[in-house]
Design a protein around this ligand. Structure first.
Ligand code: SF4
Ligand code: SF4
Ligand code: SF4
Length: 337
């Protein structure tokens, strides 16, 4: 942002603002790795949790799937968290991106295209109706329904196979959000539920969904449509995450439980200098300053725990914290005029 308060577009090769704020960022990780005991504690915790779940499920069911699935996901997350904490500042985003690619490609490529599981939301509805406990069901419960009680919408920043492509588009610093456009995600959600219910309850064509070839086509067509719409919308609105804000139906589920998330971003007001860099760089258009004013953690269910705000803060005033909040519905978002 220059002295007139205008955001200066990012030049190729620069991650954040082309201005003095960037120069005043802590030198810690500009060019050097930051390896310490502190930076390996969290990755180790993730390894411990995921590996424990892997072996617990394996011994409970005898299915080897649980071992490689949870070990792979836990290791991918640990790698990304480790890199985010240790990489030189100019490469810091790669920690999250590497995890996104590792998990996104595994989910879509292996579970979807090789194992023929319909990982689209319609596939989840179908498995739910039929009572089949497929990998897709497990995935939706962990990543999108129950898991958000702990890690909020972290899935959207660290693992989503749609966003792993979107985050490479050039419009990282979004314009303000468009009011009421988010209603599309609810229409999308109920349309998907309606289509599956129609096939299931009205037409009774349940075999259609049991067929793995149909699941494969559904997954392929669904994903291609998502990518085309998401990239088109990003281009149109100059906002990488426009699809996430307005069209994707998944947050309809995530937002219910992520309200209670134990992990949330938090601002230390004693360090904050009100430069507003955090909210101007927030890909989800959250007004962080209003939460700071009310001495609240970032309660918005639009927060995807991407830690961009933490990375750009020149005073290291933002971090992810673990705690309980009283139930409050506070959505402070940055809308256009
Ligand atoms: S909102 Fe949808 S497309 Fe965006 S990251 Fe979340 S699940 Fe992926
Ligand atoms: S939290 Fe950091 S980036 Fe945000 S306004 Fe305060 S000092 Fe600036
Ligand atoms: S508030 Fe911070 S962590 Fe949450 S979406 Fe915005 S930049 Fe990402």
């Amino acid at each position: 942002m220059n002295k007139l308060g205008v955001i200066i577009p990012v030049r190729k090769g620069e991650k954040y603002n082309r201005n003095n704020e960037m120069d005043t960022m802590p030198k810690r990780n500009e060019n050097k790795w930051n390896i310490s005991l502190r930076t390996i504690k969290l990755p180790l915790l993730f390894i411990l949790i995921f590996y424990s779940v892997a072996f617990w499920r394996y011994f409970a069911t005898g299915k080897i799937f649980y071992i490689y699935n949870f070990v792979y996901i836990g290791t991918s997350l640990a790698i990304g968290i480790f890199l985010s904490g240790t990489l030189p500042k100019k490469h810091i985003l790669w920690g999250r991106r590497i995890t996104q690619l590792l998990i996104g490609i595994y989910m879509l490529g292996y579970l979807g295209f090789i194992r023929h599981e319909n990982m689209q939301i319609e596939g989840f509805f179908f498995y739910l109706f039929s009572g089949i406990f497929a990998a897709a069901t497990l995935h939706y419960f962990i990543a999108k329904i129950v898991g958000p009680l702990i890690f909020g919408r972290g899935w959207c920043a660290w693992a989503c196979w749609t966003a792993m492509i979107l985050d490479f588009l050039p419009w990282e610093k979004p314009t303000a959000r468009i009011k009421n456009l988010g209603v599309i995600r609810y229409l999308h959600f109920f349309l998907s539920l309606g289509i599956v219910s129609y096939f299931w309850f009205v037409l009774g064509t349940r075999d259609l969904f049991n067929n793995t070839t149909t699941a494969l086509y559904w997954l392929a067509i669904g994903n291609v449509s998502y990518y085309v719409i998401a990239i088109g919308l990003a281009f149109l609105l100059k906002d990488n995450r426009a699809f996430c804000k307005y069209v994707c139906p998944v947050p309809v589920l995530q937002k219910i439980t992520s309200r209670f998330s134990l992990l949330k971003m938090s601002i230390d007001s004693s360090k904050c200098i009100d430069c507003h860099l955090c909210e101007k760089n927030c890909p989800m258009g959250i007004e962080l300053s209003r939460y700071k004013k009310e001495s609240k953690r970032i309660l918005s269910t639009e927060c995807i725990l991407c830690t961009t705000c933490q990375d750009v803060c020149p005073k290291n005033a933002i971090k992810v914290t673990f705690g309980f909040d009283s139930y409050e519905r506070k959505e402070y978002l940055r809308f256009g005029e």
